[in-house]
Structure formats: structure tokens, C-alpha cells
Design a protein around this ligand. Structure first.
Ligand code: FAD
Length: 349
């Protein structure tokens, strides 16, 4: 039995691969939902709003191969028309034409489609929700995993951010100090970000020959993009807030966002149908302590994560452990492939 800790993209993809290989497994997920940092919220008028992972690129080839394998359609991010840039406080955002750039893509219906597809290939009992793993005990012949329930395993895969397992899971015997130290200094991609989605009943920016793109050095929004669905039948803008606005009350933050939209896109921006916001630093099953600032992607894919511990019984999956595009969905897919290959090799031995 292989216990997979975490039902994000990494854990679910590993589960799917193990299922196809007829290797018994159990996924334990702390939240009451699957997907982890992939979290598409379905807003009013059936508008998919990405509160987490959204974009991917041509160079994300393992991710693209997975979409092709699972027959999941995707489309290009809309960038046509003028964009806005605000350089300083007190000066209005200026419109400009973005130079041509390599396109980014989004999954039709939202990134959650990938999670739903993987889930559909599993049995209901393969994933247990609301099972936050607290302790993992290794003895000579078995591993005991303590969550709300108690589970026995021959192998355990950690498919969650290293900083999180370092802070929240007790290992006995303890992991080497070098591994724990590294985990505490491994940045969890986007754990501090605040994402917003604003839903409208028409794509007025497109009608005004604007792309819906906004960059600001001032905030509250630092980046904003068109977020209409593939069919262009549901209309939204979606982007990121500057972390300093975390200190405002939610209502005031929302007002500031709308003011900023009005100052760039005009009064039509006032007529929104719904406003959505998610501060990932408050998500205890993603964000560890933010007290020690880490560089973006710091220690992602470190060599130490490439080696299993306890005689090939404890494996490090999850995007932050990936030596290729660590932090991104591409990293999650790549590292799951690597860990799956190691599990197969060690299972044969
Ligand atoms: C706001 C935001 C925007 C992003 N945008 C992009 C983007 O545009 N493109 C891109 O490629 N990537 C993006 N990412 C990153 C992307 O989401 C991740 O690379 C990917 O989803 C990581 O998957 P994972 O399975 O490795 O980790 P996670 O998704 O973090 O999954 C870990 C799982 O473990 C669970 N868990 C945690 N603790 C425990 C425990 N003790 N016991 C059991 N389960 C536990 C969690 O609940 C979670 O379900 C973004 C992330 C965020 C937050």
C-alpha cells in the first residue's frame, strides 16, 4: 500500500498512474475538497474564475502532454487591444499597445477540469477528504500514518509543499536535519498571493478595444487580465493584489479595487455582478509561516528531494520538489512522473 499525502495535481496524478499500474494506494487530503492550489470557483452566470493556478505555456510540454492524454481542451489567453500601465501613485494609468509575446493558455472551463478528469479515473474510496496527516512513524516492517484515521503503508509519498510538511507533520524517527532545514527554506510558490476576480454581464473592455490587461506599480491590483471563458459567453477580469493591501478590511479592499478599475477602464467597471477574492496566506493547507521571507522558487527542485529516504519508503513529490519548472503545474506533472518511475523501480526490487 502506498499512502499519498495531498490531493493536489501531484497527488492525484500519482494516484492515476498507480491505479493504471495496479499498485494499491490511498490518497489522504486535509481539505474538504481536492485540487490544492488548483481552485476554480464557479461564479454567477456560470463564470469559471481561477482563484489559483491558471496559465501555462508551450514550453510546459509535460503538462501539455497530460492535457492531450486526458483530452482536455485549452485556449489562448486574450490579449488583443490596448493595455494599461500605472507607474507611480498620483499619476493615472497610461494605455499602451503590448508588444507581441509568446502566448499563454488556459484550460476551457477552468483548471478544475484537469482535477475533475483525474478524479473521474479513480474510485471514490481512493481519496479520503478531511484527513490532515499529523504524524508518520517508520518501523522496520511498516509505516503508520496518523490523520483523523490511522493508516498502514509500505511507502509514503509527500505530495504537498516541503515548508508545510516540515512545519506540520511529525516524523519518527525524525528526518535528517539537513532535509528539515532545506524544507524550511523551500519557497511555496504563490503562497502569499491574493487573487481577485470581477464578473460582468458584458465584456465592455473588449468592446472598447481594450485587452483587459493592467499592470500597476501602485495597486491594489498589480496585474489584471481578461478572464472570459472560451466561448466568450461569461465575462470577467482576474488578477493579483499587492500584498500590502492584506491589512485592509475586505470591504475597503474591494472598494479600492473597483476604484482602480474605474480609473483605467471607465465607469462601466462599476457595474460588476460579483467580486471574488482569495488570500492564499490564510489557507492553512497551502501556506506555511510567512515569517521568514524566501526568494521566489528558493530551493525548488533541490537535489535532496530527488532521493527517497528510509530505504526507498518515503518519496518527495509536489511541484516544489521538482527539478524542472518547480512551483508550476508543469513541475507538479514532471515530478509526479519521476516519483512514479521510482516507485515502479523500487516495487520491482
Ligand atoms: C494564486 C496562485 C496562482 C497560481 N498560478 C499558476 C499559474 O498560472 N500557472 C502554474 O503553472 N501554476 C500556478 N500556480 C501554482 C500551481 O497551483 C501549483 O504548481 C500546483 O497546483 C501544485 O500542485 P501540488 O499538488 O504539487 O501542490 P498543492 O496543490 O499545494 O497540493 C497539496 C495538497 O496537499 C494537501 N495537504 C496539505 N497538508 C496536508 C496534510 N497535512 N495532510 C494531507 N493533505 C495535506 C493540500 O490541501 C493540497 O490539496 C499558482 C498557485 C497559486 C496559489
Amino acid at each position: 500500500m502506498v499512502v499519498i499525502v495531498g490531493a493536489g495535481l501531484s497527488g492525484l496524478l500519482l494516484a492515476y498512474r498507480l491505479k493504471n499500474a495496479n499498485i494499491p494506494f490511498q490518497v489522504l487530503e486535509a481539505r474538504k475538497r481536492i485540487g490544492g492550489r488548483i481552485h476554480t470557483s464557479i461564479a454567477t452566470q456560470n463564470t469559471p474564475v481561477e482563484m489559483g493556478a491558471t496559465w501555462f505555456h508551450q514550453e510546459h510540454r509535460h503538462f501539455l502532454n497530460l492535457l492531450s492524454e486526458l483530452d482536455i481542451p485549452f485556449y489562448e489567453q486574450f490579449m488583443e487591444g490596448t493595455a494599461f500601465f500605472q507607474a507611480h501613485a498620483g499619476v493615472p494609468a497610461e494605455s499602451f499597445v503590448m508588444p507581441d509575446q509568446t502566448p499563454s493558455y488556459r484550460i476551457a472551463g477552468g483548471t478544475v477540469q484537469l482535477i475533475n478528469k483525474l478524479e473521474s479515473r479513480l474510485d471514490e474510496s481512493d481519496i479520503l477528504l478531511d484527513q490532515s496527516v499529523r504524524e508518520i512513524h517508520f518501523s522496520t516492517d511498516e509505516i503508520r500514518v496518523e490523520a483523523r484515521g490511522s493508516f498502514n503503508a509500505q511507502k509514503v509519498i509527500l505530495a504537498l509543499p516541503p515548508k508545510l510538511w516540515q512545519e506540520t507533520i511529525l516524523f519518527s524517527p525524525g528526518l535528517p536535519d539537513s532535509v528539515m532545514q532545506l524544507a524550511s527554506e523551500t519557497q511555496t510558490w504563490m503562497e502569499e498571493s491574493i487573487k481577485v476576480g470581477i464578473i460582468y454581464d458584458s465584456p465592455f473592455w473588449r468592446q472598447n478595444h481594450q485587452s483587459g490587461t493592467l499592470f500597476s506599480n501602485v495597486g491594489p491590483m498589480t496585474e489584471l487580465y481578461d478572464h472570459c471563458n472560451r466561448e466568450v459567453s461569461a465575462y470577467a477580469l482576474c488578477g493579483f493584489l499587492h500584498s500590502q493591501y492584506r491589512s485592509l478590511l475586505p470591504e475597503e479592499r474591494k472598494n479600492r479595487v473597483i476604484q482602480q478599475l474605474v480609473s483605467s477602464f471607465g465607469k462601466e467597471a462599476l457595474e460588476f455582478l460579483e467580486y471574488k477574492e482569495l488570500d492564499w496566506s490564510t489557507e492553512v493547507h497551502t501556506s506555511g509561516s510567512l515569517s521568514r521571507p524566501l526568494f521566489p522558487h528558493q530551493n525548488n527542485g533541490n537535489e535532496i528531494y530527488q532521493h527517497a529516504l528510509f530505504d526507498d519508503r518515503l518519496f518527495f513529490a509536489g511541484t516544489e520538489a521538482s527539478p524542472h519548472h518547480g512551483g508550476y503545474m508543469e513541475g507538479a506533472v514532471y515530478n509526479s512522473m519521476q516519483v512514479f518511475a521510482k516507485i515502479l523501480r523500487t516495487a520491482k526490487r
